[in-house]
Design a protein around this ligand. Structure first.
Ligand SMILES: [Zn+2]
Length: 284
């Protein structure tokens, strides 16, 4: 069933665990998450990366939100919907208008006061419209640039407290040794910093850049305040692998219209990966 992402995060917090938000670029990936969640009886969040819409034309905002809610209605387990990194008030208002009740305002590339001002404006209007907002402080950079080692980008606990208090954000993405994309070496989360941030604010915390962080580190982080965990790169890699298997298996098929078998084939190959992540990492 469709459930507001805020309620899934609340449930995760009460269970001292994290919900996983999977970046989905299309219907096949979204359907895979929904049915993996149902099979493992674990709530999950389908997440759209908004840049994929105008740049890669993977889907449309309104169409995707509608499709995910329809899919969620096919199962009993709670399924949330969230839109990842957006950078402007206008983009986020459009996303909310298209049916997203959970959005991210990423002002983390600005100085603290500018980030607070931009995020607060979004939060005030989003709350009026019944949506929740994830903010970011410190900056989660790129694994390709080894940004996970740059302590100057890490979230400072006192700044996190001020940011949450002044903006009214519902969740907060933190930078504690994580980065987006493929890590070149094993990252090490700064768990002490995470504990300090958690002690500084009551707002549920979010971990981005999840692909490649060892499971044992993730489980510790989930027990210390991370209640939403974003998974993108790894999921996309597994999607690509499943597509490759489909094209190999169907290469000699005489009837090219058999491409119609692709979504179901790929979902069957991809779903065990999502089930494994939900079973291994979530403790609802
Ligand atoms: Zn991110």
């Amino acid at each position: 069933m469709y459930e507001k992402t805020g309620n899934i995060i609340k449930l995760a917090r009460e269970s001292n665990t994290s919900a996983i938000a999977f970046i989905c670029m299309d219907y096949v990936m979204a359907r895979t998450v929904v049915y993996a969640a149902e099979k493992t009886n674990t709530p999950a969040i389908v997440m759209l990366y908004p840049e994929h819409v105008p740049v890669q034309h993977t889907t449309g905002f309104r169409g995707f939100a509608t499709a995910v809610k329809e899919l969620a209605g096919e199962v009993k387990v709670p399924i949330g919907l969230h839109c990842d990194h957006d950078y402007t008030y206008e983009a986020i208002m459009n996303t909310i208008d298209c049916g997203f009740e959970s959005v991210m305002m990423d002002g983390s590339m600005n100085d603290l006061d500018t980030n607070i001002a931009l995020t607060k404006k979004v939060v005030d209007k989003a709350h009026e419209l019944g949506a929740i907002v994830e903010g970011e402080i410190g900056h989660v950079g790129l694994a390709a640039d080894a940004d996970q080692n740059r302590e100057d980008l890490f979230t400072k606990p006192d700044a996190a407290e001020k940011f949450c208090r002044e903006t009214g954000v519902d969740t907060l993405a933190v930078s504690i040794g994580n980065a987006h994309g493929e890590y070149k070496e094993t990252p090490h989360l700064d768990i002490q910093r995470l504990e300090d941030i958690r002690n500084a604010t009551d707002v549920p915390l979010v971990l981005h850049g999840g692909s490649g962080i060892p499971d044992d580190q993730l489980l510790v982080a989930f027990s210390k305040g991370i209640n939403k965990f974003n998974l993108g790169t790894d999921f996309l890699r597994n999607y690509f692998k499943a597509l490759t298997e489909f094209t190999a298996e169907y290469a000699d098929v005489a009837d090219p219209v058999r491409v119609i078998n692709m979504p179901e084939y790929v979902q069957a190959k991809l779903q065990p990966y999502v089930e494994d992540r939900l079973k291994t990492l979530c403790r609802f």
